[in-house]
Write a protein that binds this ligand. Structure first.
Ligand code: KMH
Ligand code: ZN
Length: 274
């Protein structure tokens, strides 16, 4: 089977500093985390940024610092969030694309998000995609609900996107599709030909979704953005979550991709030697 790409989403926008001491909320801690995640078997880091006090920011300068720290300490594929945090404007969310990360997320539709609404209307998606195309940034299509796949196909028909692409199913968000194997199989059956896919299970859905993806030939996302716990009552470090998935994959006979192998699988340009 194809080597397993493990993405780590170490920060997110929802976890607070008083929930866990392990949130890498500064550029320096993000860099250290990236190194530990690569050593543990990760190949992509999904980046959100925080201010020193833990509040959310999508400021270009903070992302620039984070990017530099991650690059200094790892060879991971750097994937910026364009989802940001609830309440950020579409322009704010897209602003960091000017830094030309290798990848960035594109959530493919509006979705309930707990008691909030994560808004991704067609005009918002078109605006973000136009910037991705302008700066040569590869999207990862974030699919929270089945209709989001239809939205991605519509964006492709409009000429803003070409298939195949890399897809990430985010399952178990309160208000969206649950993290079940049946839902995952149904979604995978509906992806355009040639697409690669990964799954991010939220909370206690993280480990079962990872195990299903390992068996199905998909890829996996873990990290504190999606799940705070290693096991019941035990807070996780990001690299521990990555290491566990890598260990299970190897036990199952599935090799784990290095960042450069992941670049090859995803059709990203190889990074020039430093
Ligand atoms: N924080 C969520 C509202 C993404 O990074 O692209 C959106 C999110 C998706 O995390
Ligand atoms: Zn995110």
């Amino acid at each position: 089977m194809e080597p397993l790409i493990i993405t780590c989403a170490p920060v997110g926008a929802e976890v607070t500093l008083d929930q866990t001491p392990y949130l890498p909320h500064t550029p320096q801690r993000l860099g250290e985390t990236a190194r530990a995640v690569e050593e543990a078997g990760g190949s992509i880091v999904h980046v959100h940024c925080r201010n020193d006090d833990g509040t959310n920011t999508h400021g270009v300068e903070r992302f620039r610092d984070a990017y530099r720290e991650i690059r200094a300490q790892s060879n991971l594929i750097v994937q910026f969030s364009t989802g940001g945090a609830i309440g950020m404007t579409p322009d704010e969310r897209a602003s960091v694309l000017e830094l030309r990360p290798e990848m960035a997320t594109l959530t493919c539709g509006t979705v309930n998000f707990g008691d909030d609404v994560f808004e991704n209307s067609f005009p918002i998606m078109r605006g973000i995609l136009a910037k991705m195309n302008e700066f040569g940034v590869r999207p990862e299509l974030e699919i929270f609900d089945k209709g989001h796949l239809a939205n991605a196909r519509r964006l492709a028909r409009e000429g803003l996107l070409t298939f195949p692409q890399h897809i990430d199913f985010v399952l178990g968000v309160p208000g969206a599709l649950e993290a079940t194997v049946a839902n995952l199989c149904d979604l995978v059956a509906g992806i355009p030909a040639g697409c690669t896919w990964s799954v991010a299970g939220i909370g206690r859905g993280q480990l079962p979704m990872a195990m299903a993806a390992i068996a199905m030939g998909g890829h996996v996302r873990v990290g504190l953005e999606d799940n705070l716990y290693y096991s019941k009552g035990k807070l996780a470090r990001n690299e521990e979550l990555v290491a566990r998935v890598a260990r299970i994959a190897r036990e199952a006979g599935r090799p784990v991709a290095s960042p450069d192998e992941a670049r090859e699988i995803l059709g990203l340009r190889a990074r020039a030697a430093a």
